[in-house]
Design a protein around this ligand. Structure first.
Ligand code: ATP
Ligand code: MG
Length: 323
């Protein structure tokens, strides 16, 4: 069985990490000088937080990594006992390292740690600050208790841009010997919504069945509404052709897409629609945003979508249904 591309092609060095260039350059400087502070890497999934910490550890510690790094992730038990036993005994352990380097504790998905465990961690961070550094990765830094936040430099990752995702996927496909159309890369970058894991998994899934990737076969495996159909629907709304727009919507609904899939696709299409007048785009995005809000509150049904389409098709831009 093929190993997952997300692991096989996980960057080993900071040079291979795409996007978030300010953070990566800052870490490159740290990697050169070895003067690492405690770190929190926070941001959306699949943007390279875990990867970046591993790259940094590799740059800093090289061959000593096996003795000088302790990594705990969400699949490990990370209650207060583990913090007190495992992390403390690692911090106390003597390891000979080059001058200016420290042992490193990596706490992946740190936002899943219980508050008492975080309190215990705070003490340990202080006690062993001369020998041990901590790097925490999480999606939301607000779930990390204040005293830990104030002991760390916080690096905030953003979603990767479509060109960054496209560039990396392109590289991986070339390494794997899979040919592709440029539109296939565009659609992978588009559906990823800034999450490299999504793009690579979709590319791998499509390549299992097809030796040449096209927009169509990527969409088949990634199970999202076809952007062209969504584009047609938006264009009908723009021309106030409600019946035609509803016809496309019903077809998408019949294909089994849920309301959230459809509304997200409309958002992507509207925000990337270069020919929409700015005022119309903003009007549409307002309606899409309010519909999304209602859907995630639990109103995941066709009526909400039809309402969205109707509001977009009405010429009077003042009219936006109540949220
Ligand atoms: N910036 C990036 N550059 C290159 N590859 C990336 C980048 N971000 C993610 N990847 C790819 O996606 C996979 C997942 O990335 P990673 O585990 O670092 O994400 P994460 O930010 O830690 O996500 P999560 O919040 O879900 O833990 C990696 O194995 C790598 O192949
Ligand atoms: Mg991670």
């Amino acid at each position: 069985m093929q190993s997952p591309w997300i692991e096989k092609h996980r960057p080993k060095f900071l040079e291979d990490v795409v996007g978030n260039t300010d953070i990566v350059s800052r870490l490159k400087v740290i990697a050169r000088h070895g003067n690492v502070s405690n770190l929190i890497l926070a941001g959306p999934p699949g943007t390279g937080k875990t990867t970046t910490i591993h790259c940094l550890a590799r740059h800093l510690l090289g061959k000593s990594m096996s003795q000088a790094v302790l990594e705990l992730n969400a699949s490990d038990e990370r209650g207060i006992d583990v913090v007190r036993s495992k992390i403390k005994s690692f911090a106390q352990r003597k390891v000979t390292l080059p001058p200016g380097t420290h042992k490193l504790v990596i706490l992946d998905e740190a936002d899943a740690m219980t508050p008492p465990a975080q309190q215990a961690l705070r003490r340990i961070m202080e006690l062993y600050s001369t020998t041990t550094r901590f790097a925490l990765a999480c999606n939301m830094s607000s779930k990390i208790i204040e005293p830990i936040q104030s002991r760390c430099a916080i690096l905030r990752f953003s979603k990767l841009s479509p060109p960054d995702v496209g560039e990396r996927v392109r590289k991986v496909l070339i390494t794997e010997g899979i040919s592709f159309d440029d539109e296939a890369i565009d659609v992978l970058a588009d559906i990823s919504d800034g999450d490299m894991r999504v793009a690579l998994n979709a590319a791998q899934a499509a390549s299992v069945v097809h030796s040449h990737l096209t927009q169509r076969n990527v969409l088949e495996v990634s199970d999202i509404p076809h952007p062209r159909a969504v584009m047609t629907m938006v264009e009908h709304c723009q021309k106030s052709e409600l019946d035609e727009a509803l016809f496309v919507l019903k077809d998408l609904w019949k294909q089994g897409f849920c309301a959230e899939d459809i509304v997200k696709s409309v958002f992507r299409v509207v925000s990337n629609h270069s020919t929409l007048e700015e005022v119309v785009m903003l009007h549409f995005l307002k309606i899409v945003g309010q519909t999304h809000c209602r859907i995630i509150r639990g109103h995941d049904n066709f009526v909400q979508l039809a309402g969205m389409i109707a509001a977009m098709a009405i010429k009077d831009m003042e009219f936006v249904p109540e949220g």
